[in-house]
Every structure is written in C-alpha cells, then in structure tokens.
Design a binder for this molecule. Structure first.
Ligand SMILES: Cc1cc2nc3c(=O)[nH]c(=O)nc-3n(C[C@H](O)[C@H](O)[C@H](O)COP(=O)(O)OP(=O)(O)OC[C@H]3O[C@@H](n4cnc5c(N)ncnc54)[C@H](O)[C@@H]3O)c2cc1C
Length: 328
C-alpha cells in the first residue's frame, strides 16, 4: 500500500510507503536476507546505501566464499548476489536510510529522497568500514588491488612465502599478525607507541613468534611500490626521527573498523564501539521487537562474507517468524 502526502508549498513531496520487510544495506548480509525474505513472500524493499555491494566491491579476488572453485572478483560476486535477490522480486533501491524511529509498533525509516517507510520488520545490514591510515600511497595501492589490505584472513593467502607488514597494536592486529606469520616468511609489525594496546596474552603470542619483528614507536611515512604493487614502506621512529625502508609485498592495516550504525544511536542497543548488540545469542534479534541485525554491523569477531551471508539468512527467518507470530 502506498499513500502520498500533499506537497506543502515548495517542500519536496514526500511519500509514505508500507512494507513487511525493509532491508538496510546491500552487502552479503543484506542480499542474502533479501533472497530469503523474498522467497518467503515478504516482498522486501532493500536500500543499497552509498556503497552498493558493500565492502567486497573494494577487493579483487575472493577465494574463500564456497561455490566459486576458481575464485571470483568481489564486484562480480556482488553483482550475482544482487541479481539473485532481484530474481525473487526484491525491490532494490539506490539510496540510503538517514533516519529511523523504532519507538512504535511500526518501524519508521526515512530515505535520503524523503520517502518515509513504515516497516513491520527491519533487517539492519549496514556493515562496517575498515579504517586506513589515509596516506595517498596507501590508497593508491589499495584501489588498484596492488598489495594493501585491511583483512589478513581474506588476503594473507596471496602472500604465502613472502614478506609482509602489518600496522596496528590491538588484539585484532596481533591476531592478524600471528595469522600472517604462519603463511609469510616474515611479518614486520609497526606499532606507533612503545607498547601494545592488545591484551597481554595476545601481545606475548606475537612477541614469541620467531618470524614476527615488532617495530615500536614507528609511523608509516609512505607505502612504497613500483607502480604495479607494494614493495615495502618508508617508516620513521617517532622517538629518534630515524627513517628506514622495510621490504614487503603486502601491507596490511589492522587499526580497527567503524560499524555503520550512527543512525541507530538511541534507537537500539549498541555497544561502546558502536556495534549493534544481539538481544538473544544465537538469533539475529535486537532489543527492539521486529528489528533484526545481520553481518558486520554486529560482528567484530569474524567479519567474513560467508558469516555475513549466514546471519542475513538468520535475520530473514527471524523476521518471517516474527510476522507469522503476529498473524501476518
Ligand atoms: C579489502 C577487503 C577484502 C575482503 N576480502 C574478503 C574475502 O576475500 N572474503 C571474505 O569472506 N570477506 C572479505 N572481506 C570482508 C567482507 O567484505 C565483509 O565481512 C562483508 O562484506 C560484510 O558484509 P555485510 O553485508 O555485513 O556488510 P558490508 O559488505 O559492509 O555492506 C554494508 C552495506 O550497507 C550499506 N549501508 C550502510 N549504511 C547504510 C544506510 N544508512 N542506508 C542504506 N545502506 C547502508 C552499504 O552501502 C553497503 O552496501 C573483505 C573486506 C575488505 C575490506
């Protein structure tokens, strides 16, 4: 059902639309939720957001998603997921949700074009954004798929037997450094301060790994390359001012992620770092009845396409059961 508000003077005409299921986000979580919701006759509406296809559109090869024995590029995979969601008549829209009000029984959401949506269920799959250093050279090799990555589990395999650098000092950085150490001949870890932020046990594990060299008090000045790919990094000791080159073919950034959840602040429970909290472990339920979460927006542990897709499936099934229980 669709109702149109009357236009007020020069103010843009806004629409109110009703849907059984609104999906916010078009990564693996959102499209998988759409496939399940559409096949359950929920006629889902999906907003793609500023990055249609999500994080995987920023990477070249995806070799660890089941079903692609030869691997597939991230953008190609997301085109296929979108096509599969559309095959079952998901209403896929280019645009983003910029405001929500979950205080009532009907969940109100507003899109950037002024459309007001009243949704019986909402599936949040807005993902997270990896943080980068912001160096021009880093962004250049990141965009060309030339050896800069924010995901060791995803891309470490491509650097087997090679030397790599990892930047970061927290638990994730230590875990990723350790992961890389099992694949790479040498891992150089660049830590800005004179100590780790990671827990002692994680820091000790890294310190006790023979092929990990830790450079404390070290900043990255520039990612070095030959125009095709990374060859190393120019680094500087921020205490002594000494600069040197570290050789590597892979440059990994592990300085954290920012979940894309700002619009949900004050509407659902978030943890202190902005990740959406599950109300009930083993489900996709948030603390608001009828609002579910899938993928990296709630996952600071696994952060993989397959886990995002898996939780997308869970969210659609939970939404369908919620509607059934309400007699829809
Ligand atoms: C460089 C890189 C390489 C990677 N390689 C691999 C790999 O090889 N294998 C693997 O399994 N994983 C890989 N990952 C991790 C994987 O990409 C993520 O785990 C996965 O994409 C998370 O899926 P998601 O659906 O939760 O969110 P995302 O993919 O982050 O998608 C979020 C979506 O939400 C949308 N959105 C955000 N805010 C709004 C809003 N307000 N309104 C509407 N839409 C919104 C965005 O536009 C986007 O479409 C990689 C990640 C990176 C960064």
């Amino acid at each position: 059902m669709k109702t149109l508000n009357k236009p007020l003077n020069n103010i843009q005409m806004s629409e109110i639309q009703k849907t059984k299921c609104l999906i916010i986000g078009s990564g693996p979580a959102g499209y998988t939720a759409a496939i399940y919701a559409a096949r359950a006759d929920m006629s889902p509406v999906l907003y793609q957001g500023m990055q249609p296809g999500g994080q995987l559109t920023t990477t070249n090869e995806v070799e660890n998603f089941p079903g692609y024995p030869e691997g597939i590029t991230g953008p190609d995979m997301m085109v296929q997921l979108e096509a599969q969601a559309k095959r079952f008549e998901t209403d896929v829209r280019f645009g983003f949700i910029n405001k929500v009000d979950f205080s009532g029984d009907v969940h109100k959401c507003w899109a950037d074009d002024g459309t007001e949506i009243h949704a019986d269920t909402v599936i949040i799959s807005t993902g997270a954004s990896a943080k980068y250093l912001g160096l021009e050279s880093e962004q250049k090799y990141l965009k060309m798929g030339g050896g800069v990555s924010a995901c060791a589990v995803c891309d470490g395999f491509f650097y087997r037997g090679q030397e790599t650098i990892i930047v970061g000092a927290g638990d994730s950085a230590c875990e990723e450094a350790h992961y890389l150490s099992k694949l790479c001949s040498k891992v150089t870890m660049l830590v800005r301060r004179d100590e780790f932020r990671a827990s002692r046990i994680m820091a000790e594990r890294v310190k006790n790994t023979d092929n990990i060299e830790i450079l404390f008090n070290t900043d990255t000045i520039e990612v070095l390359g030959d125009g095709q790919g990374v060859t190393g990094a120019l680094v500087k000791n921020n205490k002594t001012g000494e600069e040197k080159t570290v050789n590597a073919t892979g440059f990994f950034v592990a300085i954290g992620h920012k979940p894309n959840t700002d619009i949900f602040k004050g509407q659902i429970n978030l943890d202190e770092t902005g990740y959406i909290e599950y109300e009930q472990a083993g489900t996709s339920k948030t603390n608001v009845a009828g609002v579910f979460v899938a993928g990296d927006a709630a996952d600071k542990t696994y952060r993989q396409a397959i886990t995002a897709a898996g939780t997308g499936c869970m969210a659609a099934l939970d939404a369908e059961r919620y509607l059934a229980a309400k007699g829809h």
